[in-house]
Design a protein around this ligand. Structure first.
Ligand code: PEP
Length: 250
């Protein structure tokens, strides 16, 4: 989208131990060799690695992020992590409402919005995930689902500096399947329109990422689609060469 700097964001999910930090060193080095001129980069690692990831990436253009946060700042919530804690560990962003969180932990749109507001409060960017299931797509409900998720999950008053939208068709995540470029174009244009209803002209400055089975071989065609302002990358973000290959598509 004209005037929007693309973002390539990685999501390591529940993968990675200290041995995986080598990949971050390679990703950081790759972005210092010119890629940073074209695109911003972020890797969302497991919370256990966040502090060390932030230290490794500190001197590179690549930022670190978390994969979920609690809506509250502190309190009696054993096992949870707040947005403020992520920020303290060096995160500049957090994924909220990933379909795996919505499914595995029953997160609702209202929960996701509360988490996005928590990120805003803490001063980190919320990457708000939305997307239809296979059944919803087959029932012709894709655009309605996206409308409902945007209205329910995106904080009112969100800006390009506080929120990024990630369109991730659930059936395309980790499956090797991707929508056609026409379907991606239709979904992203619809998301931009729905965002405009919520935040007005600011919608024209907000990033809308595509996520779901992005790899180096399909990144060029997916990232060239109108209103696609970057990618959220799961499996292919675990290997530096794949992640850098996707960023090179710009
Ligand atoms: C994701 O988890 O956000 C994702 C898009 O996964 P994958 O790239 O593996 O499909």
């Amino acid at each position: 989208t004209p005037g929007i700097r693309p973002l390539v964001a990685g999501n390591w999910k529940m993968n990675g131990t200290s041995a995986s930090l080598n990949e971050l060193v390679s990703i950081g080095n790759g972005f210092m060799k010119g890629l940073e001129a074209e695109t911003d980069a972020l890797v969302c690692v497991p919370a256990t690695l966040l502090w060390r990831a932030s230290e490794i990436l500190h001197r590179t253009p690549v930022k670190s992020g978390g994969q979920d946060c609690h809506a509250k700042e502190t309190g009696a919530h054993t096992g949870d992590i707040s947005a403020e804690m992520l920020k303290d560990a060096g995160a500049s962003a957090v994924i909220v409402g990933h379909s795996e969180r919505r499914t595995d932990h029953g997160e609702t749109d209202a929960d996701v919005r509360a988490k996005a507001e928590a990120a805003w409060r803490a001063g980190i960017v919320a990457i708000i995930c939305i997307g239809e299931t296979q059944a919803e797509r087959e029932a012709g409900q894709t655009l309605d689902v996206l409308s409902r998720q945007i209205a329910g999950s995106v904080p009112h008053g969100a800006t390009h500096a506080t929120a990024v939208i990630a369109y991730e068709p659930v059936w395309a995540i980790g499956t090797g399947l991707t929508p056609s470029v026409d379907d991606v174009a239709q979904a992203h244009a619809h998301i931009r329109t729905e965002l405009t209803k919520l935040v007005g002209d600011e919608a024209g400055r907000m990033r809308i990422l595509y996520g779901g089975s992005v790899k180096p071989s399909n990144a060029g065609e997916l990232l060239a689609v109108a209103n696609v302002d970057g990618a959220l990358v799961g499996g292919a973000s675990l290997k530096a060469s794949d992640f850098l290959g996707i960023a090179e598509a710009y």
